[in-house]
Write a protein that binds this ligand. Structure first.
Ligand code: SF4
Length: 674
């Protein structure tokens, strides 16, 4: 039967692009546009793991693009800080004002009094570490250590393996054992799930290590609901078992590693019983896990970012990543570890940033509150925020708030929507979303590199990062204004074949067909291509030494561990403006009952740093002694304008100077009846 072509609709098209948001999957997107307006956002197939479906978060991204919270014009503050009242001004006036304040502050206090503040709000290669980095370096501002996430795991992976690429999603069905350690793909990285299910259908065993009974934990053969911060002793107990009970791969350790004896010595005190006691899990379950790991091949550990968010996070990641070396799990498809594949294309921003990094003050982003309220040499006089909503995402929220309220602090927020932080700005600049600009999306789960194309015209007067930072640089006499397309061409020209592929085909051919086997196709990127199981260069950083355990910080007053895991609703805090109802504290019924708390009651969660008021959700899906409140919640979604970050200390992880969100120890009390 002859097919009839669909009628031509003027102004209708489907545009292919990619998702650059901070998620491992880096989906290919097919976007339906009608008369210049987004109608539908769906998955494509260029990235093989997207398989034509995407998460619910990005399916509703048009609500951000066209929503009431969108920043459409440059504006300056007209009321008190935090009130969120602004007056529209022309772009030139806003940029002139910013440049004038930067010059004035540099003259009076030095360039280090200016603090750029950014993270992975739009995680593409063009929106960060391009023209912005040239501006900050040339002007001599303070530097930012971007450590809120992935710093401890990154430090461990770099020191042990030089960030060797890991097992990709497509190879999971080959595994006979999959361990999901501190990761919940149902909330972040959903495209892993079909591959895990396929592996299970092929007979693979699944072990989930998570304080919560996540949906995958319910389908696992074994679920270890460890106490937050105790992943290190659990991993060391596995090492001890492998070494002491004859399961260590001596040939692999001799041929491919350094430091096995020191790792063995560090693991020696951690018997199964002792580790199980510390983690508050059943010792028989931990033994079963150790036996399963020892005898399974291919065995695969997916090391997530949940296990790093505490005082022992770096050592825990190192111990988990060391398991396949000690257990001899490499060299087969579906065996080894998965962490971040962000370096699989060998691309680093140093290839396209021309200005050397100056030796100016380095500010750890986890210390933003301290920096704004206590730094004196020089004091922070200007904060320039982009790709980031620190009032919703940084620890010690009350101190961040105190800093943002300072009358003598000049704050610029360059954003897509009026975030919690934007309300405290002196100048707000409208930023394009990834649907209104070019960018380069790099997967760190699958090994992919894709061109992000503008799908619609910029909304209102929104501009790209490339354009705005170069425009400020020109005003300050340290650069030339550049159109975004010129930045894109300049940067892809520095990427070699990958850049040429991107510009010609919209995606780059991945090395090893995107499915490398560890120790067959890829090897450690360390200087001697060996695994360093006890890297001296980081061992001295850890307060208790590498693999040294720092005990739980709970006290009699604050006995409950508070965690803040990622959810299906936001990507970190991105899209938080769309949440309507109050976020809930998840608490086990056995912890709620003695406190007189019933379902949906208002509760007060508190410690020495602050308090959070919200409704309670009683659920057996969180372990006893631990409570959870979603990551990335905005202040409007609690009863008192504080989130779990108001209770999170700004202490740092043992390696990588990362954030210790999950070291918050709290008490919970009834505030009011539902
Ligand atoms: S956030 Fe992740 S799952 Fe969702 S569209 Fe982007 S890459 Fe895909």
């Amino acid at each position: 039967m002859a097919r009839t072509a669909p009628p031509e609709t003027w102004g209708h098209s489907t545009v292919r692009t990619a998702c650059p948001l901070d998620c491992p999957d880096s989906c290919t997107l097919d976007i339906t546009v009608e008369q210049g307006r987004i109608q539908k956002i769906d998955g494509g197939d260029e990235n093989p793991v997207t398989r034509n479906f995407i998460c619910a978060k990005v399916r509703r991204f048009a609500e951000r693009v066209y929503g009431d919270d969108r920043v459409l014009y440059p504006a300056v503050r007209k009321g008190p800080k935090g009130q969120g009242t602004f007056t529209r001004v022309p772009w030139d006036e806003a940029l002139d004002l910013i440049a004038a304040r930067m010059s004035e502050i540099k003259t009076r206090h030095g360039g280090e009094a200016i603090l750029p503040f950014y993270y992975g709000g739009s995680n593409g290669l063009l929106t960060q570490n391009t023209n912005d980095a040239e501006l900050w370096r040339r002007f001599g501002t303070s530097r930012l250590a971007t450590t809120v996430c992935a710093a401890p795991t990154g430090a461990a992976n770099l020191a042990l393996y030089g960030k060797m690429p890991g097992v990709v999603y497509q190879d999971y069905p080959h595994a006979k054992l999959i361990v999901l350690w501190g990761v919940n793909p149902s909330a972040s990285g959903i495209h892993l799930i079909p591959y895990v299910k396929e592996a299970q259908a092929n007979g693979a065993a699944l072990v989930v290590i998570d304080p919560r009974t996540t949906s995958l934990a319910k389908k696992a053969d074994l679920h270890l609901a460890v106490r937050p911060g105790s992943d290190l002793p659990v991993a060391l107990a596995l090492h001890r078992f492998l070494f002491e009970e004859g399961h260590a791969d001596a040939a692999f350790l001799d041929g491919h590693t350094h430091g096995a004896d020191r790792l063995r010595a560090a693991a020696a005190p951690w018997t199964i019983d002792r580790a199980a006691q510390e983690a508050e899990i059943d010792a028989a379950d931990l033994r079963r896990f150790a036996e399963l790991y020892a005898r399974s091949s291919p065995a695969l550990v997916r090391c997530g970012w949940g296990l790093e968010r505490n005082r022992n996070g770096g050592s825990a990641a190192a111990a988990v990543l060391a398991l396949p070396s000690v257990g001899g799990k490499f060299g087969v498809r579906g065996g080894g570890f998965s962490m971040s594949n962000s370096l699989a294309f060998g691309l680093k921003a140093a290839q396209w940033i021309d200005t050397p990094e100056p030796a100016t003050r380095l500010v750890n982003m986890n210390h933003l509150g301290r920096a704004l309220t206590t730094y004196t040499n020089p004091p922070v006089q200007m904060l320039f925020v982009y790709n980031c909503n620190p009032l919703a995402t940084m620890p010690d929220q009350n101190r961040v708030l105190e800093g943002l309220q300072r009358d003598d602090l000049f704050t610029v927020v360059f954003e897509q929507v009026f975030t919690d932080t934007a309300r405290y700005a002196d100048v707000v600049l409208p930023a394009t979303t990834f649907l209104e600009q070019y960018d380069i999306a790099k997967g760190y789960g699958p090994i992919t590199l894709q061109l992000v194309r503008p799908v619609i015209e910029p909304c209102g007067e929104a501009r790209t990062n490339a354009q705005v930072f170069s425009a400020i640089a020109e005003r300050l006499g340290v650069g030339r204004e550049e159109e975004e397309i010129d930045t894109l061409l300049r940067i892809t020209a520095r990427m070699g074949k990958a850049g040429a592929d991107l510009m010609q085909a919209g995606s780059a051919a991945p090395p090893h067909d995107g499915t490398p086997i560890q120790f067959v196709d890829v090897f450690p990127l360390t200087p001697d291509r060996k695994v360093n199981l006890f890297p001296e260069e980081i061992a001295g950083d850890a307060p208790a030494g590498l693999y040294g355990y720092q005990p739980d910080p709970a006290t009699g007053r604050f006995p409950l561990a508070l965690i803040s895991p990622a959810t299906e609703k936001t990507i970190s805090s991105t899209l938080g403006e769309l949440r309507e109802r109050a976020a809930m504290l998840h608490i086990h019924p056995a912890d709620a009952a003695p406190r007189g708390i019933a379902q949906s009651d208002a509760v007060r969660v508190f410690n020495q740093l602050g308090e959070l008021h919200c409704p309670a959700n009683l659920t057996p899906d969180i372990r006893r002694g631990t409570v959870a409140f979603s990551k990335g919640v905005w202040r409007k979604n609690t009863y008192n304008g504080s989130t779990s970050n108001a209770l999170a200390p700004d202490s740092l992880t043992d390696l990588g100077a990362g954030a210790c969100f999950n070291d918050a120890r709290v008490q919970v009390a009834l505030l009011g009846r539902h």
